[in-house]
Design a protein around this ligand. Structure first.
Ligand code: GPQ
Length: 831
């Protein structure tokens, strides 16, 4: 029998678990032969990458299988992280780090004449997210595994992730992201765990054999969801959790019906429609698009996931009544909020549970994280659209709403206005389902992602819900994983740190504090600067190769890398650049600190203003980079196709991190944390997690400027007139006039008019109000940079004091306060 095969023999024979350099090399060559079917003379770089990926995957599988076996045996309480986005970044390097074999493999590859860097470059990263929200989910999976917390990530396996960005004539051009075309060695399909989901149709009501009034959903379409699993290994632990992403397919039975009626093309069409569901990621960040397909995607992955969880529960012989004891589900924004209703439907319609019990289970299962204060990002679905796709869910929402409003009425009698504001249905005009309200009502915990953000949720966006359920609200400040964003991406700095304080900071980031004892150590400072310089030189080479622009690694690298959005104010940095340029034009001999301005980020394809800002950056760069008066002292670079891979090059090379959103608009930010961890200083507003970063690093080590949230509110309430600032600030006026005149657009005074007009007449993000303060602060930055000893000191202190912003700390907070889940130790028992 299978059991009789000696485990030890199986391990040794397979060569698939050994971690020494010789075994790894042998396994690699075996995979080249047996998986890729190549001998070295014919192998491409991709063959080598695949052979290495399979070598690593074998080591993961051993841990993965043991983890699953352990959880199954123990029936462990499990976190299910529901997210429409997981921006994982390349797997290879991260898995090597977490397995602890990066250096061995690098050396082994070198012995075979291969460069590990080049092999890593080969990997197409899974860009299944837009920006911060999707990347946060990826950091959280890393921390959950590292902390040995049983967990599952549930989402969608988009065939096309976030588009690839090209720049043509200075404009953003989108290309489809074909990340799967070379195959994906990190996933395993599990068709045996496919599920069916329903869409459309109508509902029927009947009385069952016991005389109970019941409902059923008669759909007009059925779609199959197929799970694809990716192992998520923790750092220096055996725990390998699962990211389970769903692909949509047409069910065979449906094809048959049409085939039998001879409607072959109809059947193929049906199949195509079904497969559209997981075809493409919506490329909007911090804004919602009320498209039917988007709601279908949300319902699709949520229904698949809940059915999968019920299967797991049954597989462990646990009763359905224990659903909320077995699982804690986190809703990553409102994208999966429909799961509140879907779980109710499954419990009531499929499993005949009564309403009260179903509701208890449901709201004890879910917790909701809000990620934005922007009104345009709050999801609402027109009732018509909602009801035509999910007729039964609409009925259930009406019932949930009625019971909820009864509660509101009792707590706040005679307050009709409040009921109208809080209703799950917006009835002010066209009727909508309000997903944030649904998430609040259906969850036992609600959190914001930074202290200021949570405070503003309570005071403003979710104020009524805070008054109704104050006990539900907590703050959970975001964090980032130091494994990917230090150990992997900045190996030199990581090794320097480890040489001074040992390596336990990697799992316990607070220990970075010990670096403070070296802050004035001249030798340490020299090393710190040398490593920053090295990273800047590498980025300079990248810029030379990709943009054909020569930049000086001695100049101050001033970087803003994030999605393009007016509230993030990339154009405020542009006004600074134009101001410096104007100063040089007025006096070419002026003494200025040489700077390289680097931008990276994508704009939503339909977001005209964001795309115009990208065009303006490139236009200003074209003039500034070539003007002989500038003498190379200013350079402006737009790095195309900002993604996780590129981010890993950028953070280590930054001197200055731009975190300049209008106060009260950025929920948290996480790039701000990654830059500071890598020793960049921040210029920033009191927004999102900037507030807490400044608290941690000390106000003397942070360049603060701009209005506070309250000042912004106050100005808005009292009639803000941006034009007044334009008329009273000569440098601002000159900068705007230069842009408006066509100076940067070959005389075309029309090109940037929409942007200029908006700033002069509206400026809803208060660029003009913050301009003077920003410029003064940047002048101070330039002055401090001249004193390299002082700058280095500040840089070291920034990194040393970033301990709070590890995603491990965030996850520990979620585990303790919301999920009530404990670590489970995994031992390797099987090969
Ligand atoms: N965020 Cl609602 C996104 O990246 N996309 C979104 O659709 C929404 C929020 C971001 C938010 O803008 C950042 O401030 C946060 O740091 C990030 O989510 C993670 O919480």
């Amino acid at each position: 029998s299978l059991d009789a095969i000696d485990l030890q023999d199986r391990c040794e024979l397979s060569n698939r678990t050994g971690m020494d350099s010789e075994t790894l090399k042998r396994a690699f060559l075996n995979n080249l032969f047996y998986v890729q079917g190549k001998f070295p003379a014919l192998a491409t770089t991709n063959d080598y990458y695949m052979a290495l990926a399979y070598t690593v995957r074998d080591r993961l599988l051993q841990r993965w299988i043991n983890t699953a076996a352990t959880y199954t045996e123990l029936g462990s309480r499990t976190v299910a992280y529901f997210s429409a986005e997981f921006l994982m970044g390349p797997h290879l390097g991260n898995n090597l780090i977490n397995l602890g074999i990066y250096d061995q493999v690098e050396q082994g590859m070198a012995e075979l004449g291969l460069s590990l860097d080049e092999l890593q470059e080969e990997e197409e990263e899974p860009g299944l997210g837009n920006g911060g929200l999707g990347r946060l989910a990826a950091c959280y999976l890393d921390s959950l595994a590292t902390l040995d917390i049983p967990s599952l990530g549930y989402g969608i396996r988009y065939e096309f992730g976030i588009f690839d960005q090209d720049i043509r004539d200075g404009w953003q051009v989108e290309r489809t992201d074909k990340w799967l075309s070379a195959g994906n060695p990190w996933e395993i399909a599990r068709p045996e765990w496919s599920v069916e989901i329903k869409l459309g149709g109508h509902t029927e009501h009947y009385t069952d054999d016991h005389g109970n009034y019941r409902s059923r959903w008669v759909p007009d379409q059925v779609v199959k969801g197929i799970p694809y699993d990716t192992p998520i290994l923790g750092y220096q632990t055996n725990t390998a959790n699962t990211l389970r992403l769903w692909t949509a397919e047409a069910p065979e039975s449906f094809d048959f019906r049409s085939f039998n009626s001879g409607d072959y093309l109809g059947a193929v069409y049906e199949k195509m429609i079904s497969e559209n569901i997981s075809k493409v990621l919506y490329p909007n960040d911090d804004s919602s698009q009320g498209k039917q397909l988007r709601l279908t995607q949300q319902f699709f992955f949520v229904s698949c996931s809940l059915q999968d969880m019920i299967r797991i529960l049954h597989g462990q012989n646990l009763p359905l009544e224990n659903f909320h004891k077995k699982f804690a589900v986190q809703l990553n924004d409102t994208h999966p909020a429909i799961s509140v209703v879907e779980l109710m439907r499954l419990l009531i319609d499929h499993h005949q549970m009564d309403w009260e019990q179903a509701w208890t289970i449901t709201h004890q299962t879910f917790a909701y994280t809000n990620h934005t204060l922007l009104p345009e990002a709050l999801e609402r679905w027109p009732i018509e659209l909602f009801g035509s796709l999910l007729p039964r869910h609409l009925e259930l929402i009406y019932e949930i709403n009625q019971r909820f409003l009864d509660e509101v009425r009792i707590k706040f009698p005679d307050d009709e206005e409040r009921m109208i504001r809080m209703s799950l249905i917006d009835e002010s005009g066209e009727r909508y389902v309000r997903m944030a309200h649904l998430a609040c009502v259906g969850s036992h915990a609600i959190n914001g992602v930074a202290a200021l953000h949570t405070e503003l949720l309570q005071k403003d966006v979710l104020r009524d819900f805070y008054e109704m359920y104050p006990h539900k609200f907590t703050n959970k400040t975001n964090g980032v994983t130091p494994r990917r964003f230090m150990v992997l991406s900045n190996s030199q700095l990581s090794k320097l740190i480890t040489s001074k304080i040992g390596d336990s900071w990697i799992k316990n980031l607070k220990e970075l504090q010990q670096l403070e004892q070296f802050v004035d150590d001249a030798g340490f400072q020299v090393e710190w600067r040398r490593i920053k310089q090295h990273s800047k030189t590498e980025l300079a080479t990248y810029i030379q190769n990709n943009n054909n622009i020569t930049v000086d690694p001695d100049s101050l690298f001033d970087i803003q890398a994030k999605r393009f959005h007016e509230y993030k104010r990339q154009h405020l940095s542009l006004l600074h650049i134009v101001t410096l340029y104007n100063r040089i034009k007025a006096n070419p001999d002026i003494e200025i600190t040489p700077r390289t301005f680097i931008f990276g980020g994508k704009a939503a394809p339909g977001y005209f203003m964001a795309k115009l800002i990208i065009k303006l950056i490139n236009s200003v760069g074209n003039v500034v980079n070539r003007d002989p008066d500038v003498r190379g002292r200013l350079k402006v670079v737009f790095l195309k196709d900002y993604n996780v891979k590129l981010a890993q090059r950028i953070y280590p090379a930054a001197d200055l991190s731009e975190q300049i959103s209008t106060a009260g608009k950025e929920a948290s930010g996480t790039g701000n944390m990654k830059f500071a961890l890598n020793g960049a200083l921040t210029i920033g507003t009191l927004d999102g997690a900037n507030v807490e970063i400044r608290e941690e690093v000390g106000e003397e080590n942070f360049f603060l400027f701009g209005l506070t949230t309250e000042e912004v509110y106050h100005k808005r309430a009292h009639g803000y007139r941006s034009r007044d600032y334009y008329h009273t600030n000569a440098e601002l006026k000159l900068a705007i006039d230069r842009i408006a005149s066509g100076f940067f657009s070959q005389g075309d005074a029309e090109l940037f008019r929409p942007l200029v007009d908006d700033l002069l007449n509206q400026d809803q993000y208060f660029l003009f109000a913050d301009y003077a303060s920003y410029i003064a602060c940047q002048d101070q930055v330039a002055a401090v940079y001249k004193d390299q000893t002082k700058w280095t000191r500040m840089s070291i202190l920034n990194a040393a004091r970033m301990g709070k912003f590890s995603s491990d700390r965030s996850i520990e907070d979620y585990c303790r306060d919301i999920w009530k889940v404990e670590p489970v130790n995994v031992e390797l028992r099987q090969c």
